[in-house]
Design a binder for this molecule. Structure first.
Ligand SMILES: Cc1ncc(C[n+]2csc(CCOP(=O)(O)OP(=O)(O)O)c2C)c(N)n1
Ligand SMILES: [Mg+2]
Length: 190
């Protein structure tokens, strides 16, 4: 199992270039802010279940970007149907990374369905996402970090995350400001 803050830092270490990140609401947003604030971070403060759809829209609208949705298992479970749409649309520039702690962490560590046998990697594969990864160690994480800079077809990765609740690092909360920052970043990339 991996520590969430270290995992996020590893995934974003080095040059990000054209990589836009859409975190899920709650813990992955705090993890992303802790790894370093950046205009290329499209923080979601709400919209549980919407991260993959938002990432898909960005990826389709801006083919020059690479978009990584990095979300939690609870958030992914709420938006499970989005994986079917990704499987059908096959965006070449969308990667989905799920930090799976088997918990609804932000709301008090209640057990999620991934603790009871729901296999998100199998769901993604069943939806037609061919490039899937299931990882729980540093080597796998390094591999995924490299892939996030180079992938050219949809990717789904489940990252097994230890049940921790580190102190929150809160990014900017104003929705208009977040939107404008991301727009600025996207315009720079092309
Ligand atoms: C529609 C909706 N239902 C419930 C919530 C409350 N809520 C916020 S975060 C969260 C848990 C998210 O769990 P997960 O995505 O696994 O993230 P973790 O904190 O475990 O990394 C819940 C239930 C919400 N914000 N919106
Ligand atoms: Mg979780």
């Amino acid at each position: 199992m991996l520590e969430r803050r270290a995992a996020m830092t590893t995934l974003l270490a080095g040059r990000r270039d054209d990589l836009l990140v859409v975190p899920g609401l709650g813990s992955t947003t705090w993890d992303l802010a802790a790894a370093g604030d950046d205009d290329r971070n499209f923080y979601l403060w709400g919209a549980m279940g919407g991260a993959v759809m938002i990432g898909l829209g960005l990826a389709l609208a801006k083919p020059a970007l690479k978009v990584a949705v990095i979300t939690g298992d609870g958030e992914m479970l709420m938006g499970l149907g989005s994986l079917a749409t990704v499987g059908v649309q096959r965006p070449q520039n969308l990667a989905i990374v799920v930090f799976d702690n088997g918990l609804y962490g932000e709301t008090g560590m209640q057990a999620s369905h991934t603790q009871s046998g729901v296999d998100l990697v199998a769901v993604a594969r069943g939806c037609g996402i061919e490039h899937v990864m299931d990882l729980d160690d540093e080597a796998g994480l390094q591999n995924l970090a490299g892939l996030l800079r180079t992938f050219e077809r949809p990717v789904f990765a489940r990252v097994k995350i230890a049940p921790q609740d580190p102190p929150r690092v809160l990014p900017v909360k104003d929705g208009v400001e977040i939107k404008q920052r991301v727009r600025r970043a996207v315009e720079k990339i092309g």
